[in-house]
Design a protein around this ligand. Sequence first.
Ligand code: NAI
Length: 380
Amino acid sequence: MAKRSALVSSYSRVQSIGILGAGLMGLEIAALNVRNFFPVRIYDSDPAMLATVHSRLAEELADVEDDEVRAEMLSLAEPGTLEELGECDLLIEAIVEKMEVKAELYQTMKPFLRPNAIFTSNTSTIPIEKLSDVFPYPKNFAGLHFLHPVWNRELVEVIPSSKTSELVLQRLSDYAISLEKTPLCVSDCPGFVVNRLLQPYLNEGLNLLLEGVPMEKVEEGALEFGMTWGPLRIMDEIGLDTVMNAGKVLYMAYPERTALSPILVSMMKKKLLGRKRGEGFYLWGENWRENVHTHDFQPSGFNPAVQKLVEKWKAEKPLDISTAEIGNRLAAAMADEAFRILEDDVVSDQGQVDMAAVIGLAFPESKRGPIAWKLYEAER
Ligand code: NAI
């Protein structure tokens, strides 16, 4: 154990971590850190979320077989005040995906910040330049985008603003590597790489529902193509509120090719927020509450309430489509955006976009990524 701790500390200059937001992502990021023996202070404005940090972390760490090691990891995470978090070398903000709420928190943090501490946002979609403009020390500010589920997604996007220092970027990449993740430095834009790729995949799933394709068939098509999760499962896992907030940012940025589905709007109104509330496109069974952070937890079935809700907008004549065609449509939506990402110079080459899809979104490795797949398919 001492060996692993020493290895971490010799590699990463960052030693203590403060996490703002103890929701789905804050908790998962905390678990990743304590697994790698980084001490973590965690803060949330909702006392109920803070009160359950330890029990939820224990769920996240249930796969650690050695009781003593698990206890040591758990002891490394402590709830803290904003002032205590200000003492940390690296802060990771993972609060709700709303610009105005994030901006307000940065201002509240101001008196507690050390000028040389690194401050990052785990935002999925909000441009880092915009966030950095409202942060008191922009040189030390960057995006650090972990993906859900954190334990199972190797990629971390590192996103500089125009003011982020090179040193900060280097420290963040080293830190990601010390967490056994692969950092990918990408240019700033709404959605960066991963969420720009994900959004069309999710939208296409919702479009298929509107065209009259049943939920189970949409999901089957995605799995047959080789994706680990269909679009509906992904939305349930992410949380429909986060999908909606991220969708709004992307809609404002790319209105010509993004739309807010009425299905999402209506599910939000009915509080069908997905796994973290026990009900979304899927039903998550009677024990959902104790299993929000359990790895590989499976839903109990599709939610008939959503199928009923979709009837309102569904095409009169349901689309006659095979599961193979569904898989291709979902992947093609992602591939079209992958080409735009390349055109926009968000990353330097095709391999990086394909790698982001494979290790960030579990796009089938055998197909080598959306661009490689599309080029290969087009040649056939
Ligand atoms: P969540 O809704 O599960 O958790 C957000 C937490 O922030 C809640 O516990 C809430 O009480 C807390 N909070 C809200 N306002 C606060 C404030 N002013 N100060 C302190 N705490 C506050 O959301 P989730 O899913 O964890 O998302 C957090 C961030 O991570 C968002 O920016 C999201 O876009 C991003 N993200 C989400 C992913 C996902 O799959 N859910 C994946 C990658 C990034």
